[in-house]
Write a protein that binds this ligand. Structure first.
Ligand SMILES: [Zn+2]
Length: 252
């Protein structure tokens, strides 16, 4: 049970703030049954190094293997449902117009919970593009069960999920938005992220240095919890609805 004081303190800060940035990580998806990459490597997938399933080298070596891995991940995402944490953040966006949601998650659970603007810093598993010419590719349902990736109609190279693989750069437009938002926000709300995956792990520090209040929501104490001004220990699906409930009476 979380003491009421930190929750109320966080709710009051949120009520007064104009610009809020929320950074969500793997914990938020895990609560919906979408396991983080390595934890999802069970069964036959457990024998592969993560780089074999998510890098240019791995894709060049065995595109079918990478394709089948991502199609299995996609099916898991499609079968999952947003949890109360996702819904609370969608609600917060309606209460606070200057709300920037940055996620490390590649699934679309935030969107399905009602969030209108989501910045996916590690890409999106349900979007596809050519690995060579980058043309977007609208994947057909029957292609999800194919053994090999589809072929780009423009250049005949292979189609891939629009996610960031090991060794690849983060999307510059999203990074730019996330960093600018972190530098200008009044509150950085961090939910379910371990705080160890760089460079995204720097975002809370960037915000703090620029004068923002950092609130961390996590079942475990992490490096982010240690530097946060307010640490709300617990799962996002439990803590965020409580935070919204505490916030509602304080709003004008
Ligand atoms: Zn192409």
């Amino acid at each position: 049970m979380i003491p009421t004081t930190p929750i109320r303190q966080a709710a009051q800060a949120l009520a007064q703030a104009h610009h809020i940035v929320c950074l969500t990580g793997a914990g938020v998806s895990a609560e919906s049954g979408v396991a983080p990459f390595r934890a999802a490597q069970t069964g036959l997938w457990s024998k592969f190094y993560p780089q074999r399933l998510a890098s240019q080298e791995g894709f060049a070596d065995d595109p079918g293997l990478v394709w089948r891995w991502y199609m299995e991940r996609l099916r898991t995402v499609e079968a999952a449902a947003p949890n109360p944490g996702h819904r609370a953040l969608a609600q917060l966006e309606t209460l606070k117009p200057a709300f920037t949601l940055v996620t490390q998650n590649v699934d679309n659970l935030h969107e399905r919970a009602g969030s209108r603007q989501v910045y996916h810093i590690h890409g999106r598993i349900n979007h596809f593009r050519c690995n060579y010419c980058r043309a977007e590719y609208p994947l057909q349902a029957h292609e999800q069960t194919q053994e090999q990736p589809p072929i780009c109609p423009h250049c005949s190279e292979l189609v891939r999920p629009d996610v960031v693989w090991f060794g690849e750069s983060l999307p510059v437009d999203v990074v730019d938005i996330a960093w600018r938002a972190a530098e200008s926000c009044e509150i950085m709300l961090v939910v379910g992220t371990s705080g160890v995956v760089y460079p995204v792990a720097q975002l809370p520090s960037v915000a703090k240095r620029a004068g923002a209040l950092v609130i961390d929501v996590n079942p475990q104490c992490t490096p982010v919890s240690e530097m946060a001004d307010i640490f709300l220990q617990g799962a996002g699906g439990v803590v965020l609805p409580q935070l919204l409930e505490a916030l509602s009476p304080t709003l004008p």
